[in-house]
Design a protein around this ligand. Sequence first.
Ligand SMILES: OC[C@H]1O[C@H](O[C@H]2[C@H](O)[C@@H](O)[C@@H](O[C@H]3[C@H](O)[C@@H](O)[C@@H](O[C@H]4[C@H](O)[C@@H](O)[C@@H](O[C@H]5[C@H](O)[C@@H](O)[C@@H](O[C@H]6[C@H](O)[C@@H](O)[C@@H](O[C@H]7[C@H](O)[C@@H](O)[C@@H](O)O[C@@H]7CO)O[C@@H]6CO)O[C@@H]5CO)O[C@@H]4CO)O[C@@H]3CO)O[C@@H]2CO)[C@H](O)[C@@H](O)[C@@H]1O
Length: 514
Amino acid sequence: MQASSLTYNEKMLANYVPVYVMLPLGVVTINNVLEDKAGIEKQLKELRAAGVDGVMVDVWWGIIESQGPKQYDWSAYRSLFQIVQDCGLKLQAIMSFHQCGGNVGDVVNIPLPQWVLDIGESDPDVFYTNRSGNRNKEYLSLGVDNEPLFYGRTAVEIYGDYMKSFRESMSDFFEDGLIIDVEVGLGPAGELRYPSYPQNQGWVFPGIGEFQCYDKYLKAEFKEAATSVGHPEWELPDNAGTYNDTPTSTEFFGQSGTYLTEKGKFFLTWYSNKLLSHGDQILDEANKAFLGCKVKLAAKVSGIHWWYKADNHAAELTAGYYNLKDRDGYRPVARILSRHYAILNFTCLEMRDSEQSSDAKSGPQELVQQVLSGGWRENLEVAGENALPRYDRDAYNQILLNARPNGVNKEGPPKLRMYGVTYLRLSDDLLQENNFNIFKTFVKKMHADQDYCPDPEKYSHHIGPLERSKPKMPIEYLLEATEPMEPFPWDKETDMSVGGALSNLIDKIFSIFK
Ligand SMILES: OC[C@H]1O[C@H](O[C@H]2[C@H](O)[C@@H](O)[C@@H](O[C@H]3[C@H](O)[C@@H](O)[C@@H](O[C@H]4[C@H](O)[C@@H](O)[C@@H](O[C@H]5[C@H](O)[C@@H](O)[C@@H](O[C@H]6[C@H](O)[C@@H](O)[C@@H](O[C@H]7[C@H](O)[C@@H](O)[C@@H](O)O[C@@H]7CO)O[C@@H]6CO)O[C@@H]5CO)O[C@@H]4CO)O[C@@H]3CO)O[C@@H]2CO)[C@H](O)[C@@H](O)[C@@H]1O
């Protein structure tokens, strides 16, 4: 349709960014029970009335396949999905192949299935391991992706089977258009990363974290890789410090550090490429499992904003994002996702540089700008989340700015628009009157001041049947995307603000007299 023949509201709808809300982590309990049906239904109705488009929920491996290999029980989740559907909300389902517990905000503990942990008892190397030998049971090491150690199945086969079973068991919800998005769990917290900053091993913000490739499988792979380039003597780093170090206190990340040497570069390329192949392989399984469904696949990438403004980008490097001033660590991730028609879901949308302590050389705004721009340059849809729960107008305004970095276009689609934003997370605090009022304004502004729109096609979200992934990309082609590019320009402030300093003051006075 010609833009000129559209009504004002139709043109404004082209600026609409849907808002989803993450459900509580333990909405389905560890015993696979949806305990508080009435309570969740009431809350979902409140969200719907606030204009919210949908919700995101973790579908925990540790719950569904807890009884034994391939013994899936989806019944509690089916009840939950039915309620979500009855409330008129859409659903984003996370294939949570990780443990809940050990990350910021993890208020419940949901370990991996016991039969997997039992295998880890006799072969602890199935878990990510740091240099001092600490095992991390949050997620299986990518070193066992292709090892048939789990009653004859490899880790990747397990993930593939789980997703196929999910599709079969939820086929009616797919057909009804309830499930619009599947977030494919690719690591701890569901994010494509190594568990380099585990709070349950003593990491505190803003420690640089540690490399996690010292299990016997990854060690052997590294040896083989080093030998193949004529350096059998190269070992994994032994000078990269510990969780809470600063970069410059280590030899690896310090000035003229190992990370700049031939050996260091070889290691970092290997470490980050392993993560890329891991994501690629599991997304391929996801693509096969959901082929033909009217759904989008998505992958989460963590917002490691601390030490972003240091030359060494130490915290990103230990997490597996090989990102430096002269090397883009995120565009290769985006390129992989483009092969699978997947959305890039990035976090820390709410953070501003001015809120961060200068000691951490933190740059959340520049990081978001880089990653989102990279995604758009690779012709991807880009979505996002906030990293920490926030209820203040400054945080919402920052999310609004990132959602439409150049503002609204009253004549049709804006230059840049995020595909959607998922707010972390539904809680009593969010629903508290004053917080919820601000949140409702935020939703309205994300919708470009338009009423809630139940039909995604109307805001140009075409969710067609999922096509088969494109052919595998040669590593050289992937690595071409490491070439740094200028990010797109961002406006200073959003043109769809939920209110500024004065409103903040009124909120404070209001809360005192409540
Ligand atoms: O359900 C889906 C998944 O949900 C969870 O994963 C999500 C995760 O929760 C998200 O954070 C996000 O993951 C990333 C994130 O992208 C990264 O940026 C990073 O987060 C780091 C963060 O950026 C850093 O700034 C730093 O945060 C520290 C923070 O700066 C300090 O101020 C302080 O935070 C305090 C906070 O100020 C305070 O208000 C309070 O907050 C609690 C709140 O009061 C309470 O009502 C309750 O809602 O919980 C709140 C959080 O505990 O306490 C905070 C903690 O003391 O310390 C912060 C931590 O030191 O470090 C962050 C890393 O720790 O890393 C994140 C994790 O990779 O997106 C994830 C995926 O959606 C679950 O973990 C998954 O299992 C679920 O699948």
